[in-house]
Design a protein around this ligand. Structure first.
Ligand SMILES: [Zn+2]
Length: 250
């Protein structure tokens, strides 16, 4: 089921995304990606007042073409994660409050990493504020400010070049996966002509971790198959698809 949506007739696309600024991203992921000529997307929450100092080590990676993405300011998720009665969370927020949070994160990230456009990543894959009758999607807020937003998407499916909502993209959690499983997702994207977005946290055997040994198998595979599978940061693929879609419009 080859199609010609991807650059240079490649079969499918892949984006490698990394959340929450784990130290293993700078220490392990970026050197390995660069050894294979690949670039990734690194999602950050610049909530600390010393964000300028904290992000100084990331500036060279930004300069070398990795995307530094927006993961909101405060990483607010569902209050159901908390055991405290009446805890605050997305259910107690309004659209105006989530927008203010995201815009302040964007102001800080733009100051530090001015090059190029940036995608957003929904913390905990959650796209709502409010609850019950008052539950609302904040996808339109993300659509106003970003070329793309990574959520959980449609269960079990990677993104279709023309049909995926760029503001609510499917992204696959990859903790504890094996190398063959990770490679399999890229090959399935190639077979289906789709765009697979991998979500990584730490590259080690910790919470939500992916072992370096398994991660390395995926990166070597993507490095060896650049002519078949296009690996690029999320914002870059989204901008490319916007052009493809515009050209196909009647
Ligand atoms: Zn996160």
């Amino acid at each position: 089921m080859n199609n010609s949506y991807w650059p240079d007739q490649r079969l499918g696309a892949v984006s490698l995304t990394f959340d929450d600024g784990d130290r293993t991203h700078l220490e392990r992921a970026i050197p390995l990606l660069e050894a294979h000529g690949l670039r990734g997307t690194f999602y950050h929450c610049p909530r600390d007042e010393d964000y300028r100092e904290r992000y100084a080590p990331w500036l060279p990676a930004h300069e070398r073409g990795h995307e530094i993405g927006n993961h909101s300011l405060n990483h607010t998720c569902s209050r159901n994660f908390s055991d405290t009665p009446g805890a605050s969370g997305l259910e107690t927020m309004t659209l105006e409050e989530i927008e203010a949070d995201i815009v302040e994160a964007e102001r800080r990230l733009r100051e530090m990493f001015p090059r190029g456009s940036r995608s957003f990543c929904y913390p905990c894959y959650m796209t709502h504020v409010g609850e019950g009758l008052n539950r609302q999607s904040y996808v339109p807020v993300v659509a106003r400010h970003f070329v793309a937003g990574c959520a959980a998407g449609e269960y079990g499916f990677a993104n279709h070049a023309l049909n995926a909502d760029l503001s609510c993209l499917a992204r696959q959690a990859c903790e504890r996966m094996t190398g063959p499983e990770l490679v399999g997702f890229s090959e399935r994207a190639a077979r289906q002509g789709r765009w697979m977005i991998y979500a990584f946290h730490s590259i080690e055997c910790g919470r939500l971790g992916t072992a370096m040994y398994e991660f390395q198998e995926l990166i070597e595979h993507l490095g060896q198959n650049k002519d078949r599978i296009w690996t690029a940061p999320v914002a870059e693929v989204a901008e490319y698809l916007l052009k493809v879609r515009a050209e196909l419009e009647p």
